[in-house]
Write a new protein. Structure first.
Length: 143
């Protein structure tokens, strides 16, 4: 008898905890980095450099004004590069983390003239990546 009374008393608390935690997770949009792809001929940029740059750019995406909340995976890939002039084209593929549904493919491009060193390569790569990542809030708002 005591256990049934205890269950009756605890049921509303458990239900309230479940509802509150469900509302908290539903109100947050999270963006996580998925796959990172770098072709062999990518003008001296390696997988680690693209991953680090992508993680940095994704940290500064502002999704606070989005009405629809979801968890999103972003996969990035260098889809084009050239030595003279130094140029990168980067795609960012947005997918719903729960369903895997493709939401958008975003593209960013950047280039630099002259004889680029390693630092310039990283800056140009980051600029191309930023061009794609900067479009994420608009792409999510449209879906």
């Amino acid at each position: 008898m005591k256990s049934s009374k205890l269950a009756v008393l605890l049921a509303p608390i458990v239900l309230a905890t479940t509802v509150v935690s469900g509302e908290a997770s539903a109100s947050d949009t999270s963006i996580a980095l998925g796959e990172v792809a770098v072709p062999e001929a990518s003008c001296g940029v390696d997988h680690a450099a693209l991953r680090t740059a992508a993680e940095g750019e994704l940290r500064i995406v502002d999704v606070s004004k989005l009405r629809k909340r979801r968890n999103v995976l972003v996969s990035v890939a260098i889809i084009g590069s050239a030595q003279k002039p130094l140029a990168f084209t980067v795609n960012a593929l947005l997918r719903d983390a729960k369903t895997g549904t493709m939401l958008a493919i975003l593209e960013g491009r950047a280039r630099a003239e002259g004889q680029p060193d390693a630092d310039v390569r990283k800056q140009v790569l980051r600029a191309a990546l930023r061009g794609a990542v900067r479009q994420i809030p608009d792409a999510l708002a449209a879906n």
